[in-house]
Design a protein around this ligand. Sequence first.
Ligand SMILES: Nc1ncnc2c1ncn2[C@@H]1O[C@H](COP(=O)(O)OP(=O)(O)OP(=O)(O)O)[C@@H](O)[C@H]1O
Ligand SMILES: [Mg+2]
Length: 490
Amino acid sequence: MVVERTDPNPSAFIYSLRSVGYSFETAVADIIDNSISAGATKIKIFFQNTDTANPVFAIIDNGTGMDSKQLKEAMRLGSTNPLEQRNATDLGRFGLGMKTASFSICKRLTVISSVKDQKSGACWDLDEIATNNSWDLDILSKTQIKETPFEEFLPKDGTAIVWEKIDRLIDFSAKDFAKEFNVAISSLEKHLSITFHRYIAGEPGLKKISIFINEHQIEAFDPFNTKNPATQILETDEINIDGSKIVITPYILPHHSKTQTDEYERYAGEGGYLANQGFYVYRNKRLIVKGSWFRLAAPGNLTKLARVRIDIPNTMDEAWNIDVKKSTATPPIIIRDRLKSTIEKIMGKSARTYTARGARLHDSSAVQMWEQVIAEGKVSYKINPSHPLVSSIMEKLDPAGEAAFCALLDMIAKCFPTELLFSDYGTKPQDVVQNDIDLDALVEVAKLMIADWIKNGGMSRTDALRALEHIVPFNKHISYLTERLTNDNK
Ligand SMILES: Nc1ncnc2c1ncn2[C@@H]1O[C@H](COP(=O)(O)OP(=O)(O)OP(=O)(O)O)[C@@H](O)[C@H]1O
Ligand SMILES: [Mg+2]
């Protein structure tokens, strides 16, 4: 066998490297991972010249920093072997993130780092690599370090990652760069506030961090709304595989009625509750995947308030298929059954929470069609917006349709002929009766709802039938319905 050394062609290779698939948000998060692994407590993000085609962006931390030798090694692509055992708190794995994340956004990456006020600096410029067709790292002189943008913010111990020649952050053909940049920064803030929320909040056992964007401090966004006492925490499940522990904690978020003004919408997340239900996978307490049932269940109305935290250690990276960007993970086959049974448990509980809402009229265990509202000593009635029949219609409407439908329900309630009812009741009470329900029509509606729960809520047929037992008016005709639905299904 003849062996011929065939190095990658640098100029061709850098363009593939740039297309790993980072977004601006995931790229910055990957850089912040390094800061956290280096023990930083303060991470500051700066940018300037955003109204020009030459913006500059920097992420500066007060971690341990790197000396010149460590910095040179850190700049290398594949600086560490992914198979190497990592410190239990390390957020890295592949020895690539700093470079691939940066190159996804910019063509010039400068890193300056300081240990006990001794500064070192190095720079990769993709244009130079392409021109020279060689991975020649620029080592910065003292003067060059001083000239690096935002150098003055580098602490005595810490690291600054500086991005110049930014060409993949915004659409530079747009008219207003600054506006585009602001949109990017605002979605960055959202992403960081949830990705690192446990670090920002200073969860016990973690070093609390603060992240600033141009001196504005980012607040933690806890997707489980644990501050609200109405959030239900179900029993945790622990799985041990070869000495690695996975902890599964299911949460059911508070119903609309148990939240303050704006709180319900705030915790809905982008795309609403329906889109954000599911597992939230945290690797070393840092969020990797949010709101996915991993195809073990379909997102549905009955589980829309359910979010399940899964904590995994960094020793399971291979088993969970963690990618370089730290933005995807897949549960190993061996735990899929456990996750399925977690979902089943939640479905039961969530269905009860969902169907038990608004049951304020007479039977406290059933969801009513009408709600009694007592405000300022006055009693009125409205159609229960959480009744599954109502909410399943609302979910199928676009925002304008939903608003119109809500207005209609409100109108029906407000125009209810109360006085006429009173007067009829006063004069001929025996003639005032509630219309009989057409049982054939009820069976048809029940069938539609069951089909919806099975398809969109991932419920079993048995659970769906059981849910009907708690919903007015189905609960009043449950034996008839069960018989008809069973016969019709044969
Ligand atoms: N802010 C920082 N402070 C101190 N050291 C850092 C910092 N950023 C990077 N490093 C060093 O550079 C190395 C390479 O970082 P890089 O992000 O490329 O890979 P990684 O973190 O090891 O793995 P991954 O590819 O999974 O992110 C790190 O392992 C770390 O030793
Ligand atoms: Mg890294």
